[in-house]
Design a protein around this ligand. Structure first.
Ligand code: MG
Length: 380
């Protein structure tokens, strides 16, 4: 096994699984976590869920599956460089978006609104619900029975109210502790991946133009470099060259800053990582500010673009209609979810079953189901 840093997560210091299991013979505990995630149904459904664009808009755009693979690939590279546990990092990266609804953020806010009287809907919490209980694949336990470290990584954010109900995995939000470095890393790799890949998808969709990105200095600077090195290069390849330089710069910054912080805090083990008042994985102030500018640009020019907004409004309508239909008549639920619904005794927990069903849908399935329920001409 590779030589891991003293402060990395390791199976020896793992807080273990909720249900006891014998240790794996041919894999590490975190490899087992990773493998269980790859084999679960929610992971496969990521292929037909989107972030910004709806799945059927084109085959060229990223889906949550390709996004998760990209996050995992960046995460593993950095984990190896920092001598952190690569398998745990990969597991957290691959699982980080499992709880997302169809239609990206538009879908999530619509479902949150539907669930307002019943505790709301939050995708991080939903990811944890999936790995802890909703996946029914193993005879001996519900969910995937992941290690504590993988579960804490999946639960990226959480309100204090909600954290109080989650037991040990919610504890850190109550007492201001940090998760493992692997979890911190997965979180920032997600940010690096989606910001830069959204530029790429935005350019491809024609929502953004290279020239308007010149407003963003973090883009303009490598663009000038690429154009001076390859003056005749076409726009697509120019964009790729710029984006890969931006990702490379962000990752080099992250590695340097994190290494320096680990040294400055004289962190000796994972307990010290957890007790640290601030996260140790991070960017420099300069890079942090640049990412802020980039995010604001993407919000103004891309996420609020009328074509994206039009799709978001449609998506919200679909989610709201689906939730309403099942809430008004539970017999519209498929047998597995109807059974779960019938096992509940309160309006709150019944609404949660409906939310679980709707959240698990892919973009395509949600649209088809919406037609089946609301279009009199559609076949059942
Ligand atoms: Mg993500």
């Amino acid at each position: 096994m590779r030589d891991l840093a003293r402060y990395s997560a390791s199976a020896d210091t793992s807080r273990g699984r909720r249900h006891h299991e014998l240790p794996p013979e041919t894999r590490s505990e975190y490899q087992r976590d990773r493998d269980r995630i790859v084999h679960c149904g929610a992971f496969r459904r990521l292929e037909y869920k989107t972030q910004v664009f709806v799945n059927h808009e084109g085959d060229m755009f990223r889906t949550r599956l390709t996004h998760s693979l990209e996050v995992a690939q960046i995460g593993r590279t950095v984990a190896r460089t920092l001598r952190l546990d690569e398998d745990l990092t990969e597991a957290v990266c691959l699982a980080h978006d499992l709880g997302h609804t169809p239609f990206g953020h538009a879908g999530q806010s619509a479902l949150d609104l539907c669930m307002r009287a019943h505790g709301g809907f939050e995708h991080n919490l939903q990811s944890l619900r999936i790995v802890d209980s909703l996946e029914e694949r193993y005879a001996a336990f519900p969910g995937l029975n992941l290690t504590f470290e993988a579960r804490e990584g999946v639960l990226k954010h959480c309100s204090v109210d909600r954290a109080a109900k989650l037991g040990p995995v919610g504890q850190r939000f109550l007492c201001g502790e940090q998760p493992s470095l692997e979890a911190q890393l997965a979180n920032l790799c997600d940010e690096v991946a989606y910001n830069h890949h959204d530029i790429d998808d935005g350019l491809r969709a024609g929502l953004l133009r290279l020239e308007e990105l010149m407003e963003v200095e973090a883009f303009a600077e490598p663009l000038r470099t690429v154009r001076s090195l390859w003056p005749g290069l076409d726009e697509r390849r120019t964009a790729y060259e710029v984006i890969r330089r931006m990702i490379d710069r962000a990752i080099r910054d992250l590695v340097a800053v994190t290494t320096a912080r680990i040294e400055a805090h004289a962190v000796e083990d994972i307990a010290a990582v957890r007790a640290c008042p601030v996260p140790l994985v991070g960017f420099s102030d300069t890079l942090h500010a640049e990412l802020g500018v980039l995010k604001r640009f993407l919000h103004a020019r891309m996420y609020r673009h009328y074509r994206v907004h039009r799709m978001a409004v449609k998506a919200q309508r679909v989610i709201t209609d689906l939730f309403t239909a099942y809430s008004q008549d539970e017999r519209l639920l498929p047998p597995q979810f109807l059974g779960r619904w019938q096992a509940q005794s309160t309006a709150r927990t019944r609404a949660r079953v409906v939310a679980d069903y709707v959240a698990g849908m892919t973009d395509r399935y949600a649209l088809t189901e919406h037609r089946r329920l609301y279009d009199p001409g559609a076949l059942g």
